[in-house]
Design a protein around this ligand. Structure first.
Ligand code: GTP
Ligand code: MG
Length: 370
């Protein structure tokens, strides 16, 4: 739960702590400087002091997007964010490659050329889907360990000639723990040995009941290699997204999650982020994990420069003063003082936590990814 000390709150409002304490006393509440206030109460106090409430508190920047939700009427439909998981060699990378070909914008714009850790396709229908594409990275598990889940749908790739294997089972457990809906992609159906029915039956033992078995999990037969069944798969994704009614408010300061990052010799810090709500703009002041900076450039997976990126759009950001870890959350803040404050707070936090990321999650999750 979100909270703030009396002293911090006074500080944020540029009021004296004593005045806040006196104010609360008048309301019949005895508090001291270091007493903790709930965010909702704090918000009322802020308003009573004649300030506008802007909830970019340390706690919400630290833990994710759980803080104040946007009013329903401010939200518009956004693209689903999809992660592909499955056992080694079942075809995750092949599928991610194949799905790039479903994009209709590629022709004119030169195609998805950059590997920035995520890409978005636009389908013939005009609908968009964002795929996380993070080989060798623990973005998915890191996000989860930080409570900043960014994946809306998991595609569980199961090779039809190999069926359910240990990492298939782990992926199922993982998606279930995260509460993320699964779509089964039975892959390699072009092979002679393919036995999609066995896959379906084996999945039953892990509480994955597909529609053909009167369950509610969609299952699609595909061949990533021959590129068959891809339209069925994207249809299934859009249907699932429709059920989840995925929406976000584009008209606010951006918040989201770091997918990957690196320090590039020429360009400095290069971070791929996924916007969850709001719109990220060139020139914005950004705090991402323990790093901050002004957004110098935004680039998409086609290497094109963008002026801004809205909800569910993955984008490469230049301008941070370091490389934030995958899974860290980011937020746009109003001034440099605030940016520095949050960045330093988080650096202290990371240090006192031993600097470890992906706490408690094994590397098997990384292997399941692409
Ligand atoms: P890891 O990243 O090692 O876990 O593997 P992966 O899940 O990314 O699998 P990848 O896409 O690398 O595919 C593994 C092998 O299966 C490769 O030799 C692919 O060519 C092959 N493969 C993938 N999809 C298909 C398919 O639909 N049909 C056939 N016949 N082979 C496939
Ligand atoms: Mg792979």
């Amino acid at each position: 739960p979100e909270s703030i000390t009396v002293a911090d709150l006074a500080n944020r409002m540029a009021e004296r702590s004593m005045d806040v304490i006196k104010y609360l006393m008048k309301q019949g509440q005895m508090v001291r400087m270091d007493d903790v206030l709930e965010a909702d109460d704090a918000e009322l106090i802020v308003e009573d002091f004649g300030h506008t409430v802007k909830r970019v508190s340390e706690s919400d920047v630290e833990t994710g997007f759980i803080a104040s939700d946007d009013p329903e009427e401010s939200k518009v439909k956004r693209a689903p964010v999809v992660a592909i998981m499955g056992h080694v060699d079942h075809g995750k990378t092949s599928l991610l490659d194949a799905l790039r070909s479903t994009d209709v914008v590629s022709g004119e714009a030169g195609g998805i050329t950059q590997h920035i850790g995520a890409y978005q396709v636009q389908l013939k229908s005009g609908d968009k889907i964002t795929f996380l594409d993070t080989p060798g990275h623990a973005a998915f598990s890191a996000m989860r360990s930080r409570g900043a889940e960014a994946t809306d749908i998991v595609i569980l790739v199961v090779a039809a000639d190999d069926s359910v294997k240990p990492q298939t089972i782990e992926a199922i457990k993982f998606a279930k723990a995260a509460g993320t809906p699964i779509i089964v992609a039975v892959n390699k159906i072009d092979k002679h040995e393919a036995d999609p029915q066995k896959v379906i039956t084996d999945l039953l033992q892990h509480d994955i009941v597909v529609e053909a078995m009167s369950g509610d999990v969609q299952s699609v037969n595909i061949s990533a290699k021959k590129r068959t069944g891809l339209d069925d798969l994207t249809d299934a994704i859009l249907l699932q997204a429709e059920l989840q009614d995925l929406k976000a408010n584009p008209d606010r300061d951006a918040e989201g999650v770091v997918i990957e990052s690196k320090i590039d010799k020429g360009r400095g810090s290069v971070a791929t982020v996924l916007v969850r709500r709001g719109t990220l703009k060139r020139g914005d002041l950004l705090v991402a994990g323990g790093q901050w900076g002004r957004v110098r450039a935004l680039t998409n997976e086609r290497g094109q420069t963008l002026a801004e990126a809205g909800p569910s759009v993955p984008v490469e950001v230049l301008g941070l003063d370091g490389a934030p870890d995958p899974g860290e959350v980011f937020a746009v803040v109003e001034n440099e003082g605030r940016a520095r404050e949050i960045a330093m707070y988080r650096q202290r936090k990371t240090r006192s936590a031993g600097g470890g990321q992906n706490v408690g999650l094994g590397t098997s999750l990384e292997q399941m990814m692409a």
